[in-house]
Write a protein that binds this ligand. Structure first.
Ligand code: ZN
Length: 65
C-alpha cells in the first residue's frame, strides 16, 4: 500500500503556500501567512494534509491511514 505523501508545489519568498497530496492530488493552501513564517505555513498545510482523506479516481482502491 503506497504511503501518501505531501509535496509543496508553490512557495512565495520561501514560505510554503500550496501543497498537494501525491496520492489524490488534493490541494492544501496556507495563504496569508506572515513572511518568514515558513514553519507555521508548513504546519498549516501539514495539518490539512493530515486531516484529509484521499479520494482517488474510480477504479482505484481508496486507502486510509
Ligand atoms: Zn490524499
Amino acid at each position: 500500500m503506497p504511503k501518501r505523501n505531501l509535496r509543496i508545489i508553490k512557495r512565495v519568498k520561501n514560505v510554503p503556500v500550496i501543497g498537494i497530496c501525491e496520492a489524490c492530488k488534493m490541494q492544501f493552501q496556507a495563504e496569508h501567512q506572515p513572511a518568514g513564517q515558513q514553519a507555521r505555513a508548513q504546519a498549516v498545510i501539514q495539518q490539512q494534509f493530515n486531516a484529509h482523506r484521499c479520494s482517488v479516481p474510480s477504479g482505484e482502491t481508496p486507502y486510509f491511514d
